[in-house]
Design a protein around this ligand. Sequence first.
Ligand SMILES: Nc1ncnc2c1ncn2[C@@H]1O[C@H](COP(=O)(O)OP(=O)(O)O)[C@@H](O)[C@H]1O
Ligand SMILES: O=C(CO)[C@H](O)[C@H](O)COP(=O)(O)O
Length: 544
Amino acid sequence: MPGGDQEPGRYYVGVDVGTGSVRAALVDQRGILLAFADQPINKWEPQFNHHEQSSEDIWAACCVVTKKVVQGINSNQIRGLGFDATCSLVVLDKQFRPLPVNHEGDSHRNIIMWLDHRAVSQVHRINKTQHSVLQYVGGVMSVEMQAPKLLWLKESLRETCWDKAGHFFDLPDFLSWKATGVTARSLCSLVCKWTYSAEKGWDDSFWKMIGLEDLVADNYSKIGNQVLPPGASLGNGLTPEAAKDLGLPAGIAVAASLIDAHAGGLGVIGTDVRGHGLACEGQPVTSRLAVICGTSSCHMGISKDPIFVPGVWGPYFSAMVPGFWLNEGGQSVTGKLIDHMVQGHAAFPELQAKATARCQSVYAYLNSHLDLIKKAQPVGFLTVDLHVWPDFHGNRSPLADLTLKGMVTGLKLSQDLDDLAILYLATVQAIAFGTRLIIEAMEAAGHSISTLFLCGGLSKNPLFVQMHADITGMPVVLSQEVESVLVGAAILGACASGDFTSVQEGMACWRPLAVFSVASYNQVMISGNTYSELPKSAPCVGPM
Ligand SMILES: Nc1ncnc2c1ncn2[C@@H]1O[C@H](COP(=O)(O)OP(=O)(O)O)[C@@H](O)[C@H]1O
Ligand SMILES: O=C(CO)[C@H](O)[C@H](O)COP(=O)(O)O
């Protein structure tokens, strides 16, 4: 078991493939992150709502970052490797070569990304079946899941893709295959995105009913008929070819993967909160909600018994923490929406120039600008007249309506930096209100949540963190390790190496410390994202 001083020099590598970049970390036996590297990845949007990536491009980025983090380390001390990734659909032919997922026939672009909404007609038809598997995805299947995308490929690219396809992988499973040559799928991806049941396996009647009976006839060989729990060791470990690519020793243990949000959940949900006076201290882990916020936000809540929450994905058994049921709320675009609103504003070039002059990120600049213009009132009052509805890419939870669109009310003719800052604030607030709606739906169905644990790129934004505390009325905990998703991935590698006997042991041994919590305003909401009362308590203990 790692964690003690008696066996020094054991290392694990975690690789996290997000929407915009790939990150790797070298983690030691105490769960401390020693090295970090990241690398952007390509995305294509050949037409509206079609989002594609390349598995070769992503693998190449995994190799670059992994080589960087293990530089200078004795490779014999590296014990295990774990991957997590977004749940995008990777398509390969029978010889494991990339196949095009586009009308252009560009086989380099062989991934339909998770946020791709091309399969709208297919998902409507799937939902009309009211098949019982839909109970386990909040009652409504999302267009972002894999079944509608597979159906789209069959109906739209029959000859160039569907008939030639030998393997459809969730991206986390593609990575573990690429590293080991083992095609086994992770229970996490199959349960959460492919309608697989941890207890009953595949449901033939679902696939036949939606017109994908060919997958059943093949005994699910194309989508996975060997399923392993996250953290299980795959085959003979890293193949010599992958070892050369990644700069790691051949044969080291490689784990069955996790979806990125789930790795983040593992990384933060067990955070040690002792000494902060939080309601969740000494309470079951089920009182905690992990919110992984990057391009999207994912709200991960666990329970001992299954809880059916309308519009919230799950309940999924053992998909994140073994033995627990998981509900996953989500907002499809959060970081992407904030970037969109800020970068699309007329005052963005001015913002960029001013932020650069101060060597700040545009978000740090905007946050300090809001502080300047708020005068005596709390910053939240700046949006009394400006409101954003954040569902620019549909609503994942709890409304589960992909047709919803975004909205801004209260616009004026001026478009200066103040306007941009206030629009940015209203967007952040609207996203936080979305989180509040998700929590309310989860609580109405039986969850009892007292504390939020944030991680992901957006958790580096103090305004985003503070607004989540203000608007949900709950304290927000950030863990000492900023890259918690990578800690989750490295826990998988340590499990596969046999150094942890279970994911739970990994979570317990590598329990990160909370660095601070954010106290809530005692606010009362009135219409939209405004406050009707001044805050009664000092709001923030963090680096605002
Ligand atoms: N320091 C920061 N301050 C404000 N926003 C940030 C910061 N770092 C990242 N972000 C935002 O987080 C989002 C990306 O988060 P990330 O976790 O990298 O996404 P993904 O995993 O989807 O690739 C982007 O919208 C980006 O603008
Ligand atoms: O559906 C998912 C998790 O269940 C996606 O993987 C996620 O929403 C995309 O993640 P990110 O915002 O980190 O890129």
